[in-house]
Design a protein around this ligand. Structure first.
Ligand code: DC
Length: 224
């Protein structure tokens, strides 16, 4: 049996995880949020009070690192040393640390095989930054999902407000720009569109419109 793989890459806040999850549900594939894996490594670094920007402190922590992924009612869960950290990895501090550890080559090569194995074992919709370029260069469909930083900041603001959390548009926009810069300028596996990826810009699209565009792009490639 041959499994299919769909790679969805793009910057933070473009709607990747929501769209990738829905797409996987529609197709009956497994959804893999690779950012959550980097976030789990970052959490370990923070647990150890190490500096996520310093390879000399981060790399030794990879040895014996106990990370597991599981699914509960179709929702991806991350476990660090047996503890469910799916909520903890979403904290603001972890986002910055994840971006820093993801720039370390040893961290990326450590996680490469972990991600490839998932795609060998099932049909997947995998989202991240380098899925179409590095992790699954032979993916059946590659999508580069993006939106203007301002649109991404507005969406994030709304999300936080709906959760009743205090938020400031300018601070969010600044944060998004900083993470984009870090992700696009790291020397290894930087965020960029694969030559054979289809571009989907959701700046002027709502979720429903983005989903229909995504579905038609995917169906064009792999059939109904
Ligand atoms: O998608 P996210 O915000 O959860 O990702 C967290 C960080 O992990 C992000 O700053 C970039 C990094 N990342 C990566 O380098 N490669 C991936 N395939 C996924 C995420």
């Amino acid at each position: 049996m041959s499994f299919k793989s769909i790679a969805i890459d793009g910057p933070a806040g473009a709607g990747k995880s929501t769209l990738a999850r829905k797409l996987a549900e529609k197709l009956g594939y497994i959804y893999v949020d690779t950012g959550a894996i980097y976030r789990t490594v970052a959490l370990k670094v923070l647990w150890e009070k190490a500096d996520p920007a310093d390879p000399a402190q981060v790399v030794p922590l990879l040895e014996g690192l106990e990370i597991h992924m599981g699914y509960e009612d179709g929702v991806q869960k991350m476990y660090l040393e047996g503890e469910d950290v799916s909520g903890a990895i979403r904290r603001h501090k972890v986002s910055g640390a994840a971006s820093q550890v993801s720039a370390i080559p040893e961290v990326r090569s450590f996680l490469l095989e972990f991600q490839r194995r998932l795609a060998r074992e099932s049909s997947v919709v995998m989202d991240g930054r380098d899925i179409g370029t590095v992790v699954l260069p032979d993916a059946d469909v590659k999508i580069f999902l993006t939106a203007a930083p301002e649109a991404r900041a507005r969406r994030r603001l709304l999300e936080l407000e709906q959760r009743g959390e205090a938020a400031d548009y300018e601070a969010i926009l600044h944060d998004i720009r900083e993470r984009d810069y870090q992700d696009e300028h790291r020397p290894i596996a930087p965020l960029k569109q694969a030559a054979d990826a289809l571009l989907l810009d959701t700046t002027d699209l709502d979720l429903g419109q983005s989903m229909s565009c995504l579905l038609s792009l995917v169906k064009e490639k792999i059939g109904p």
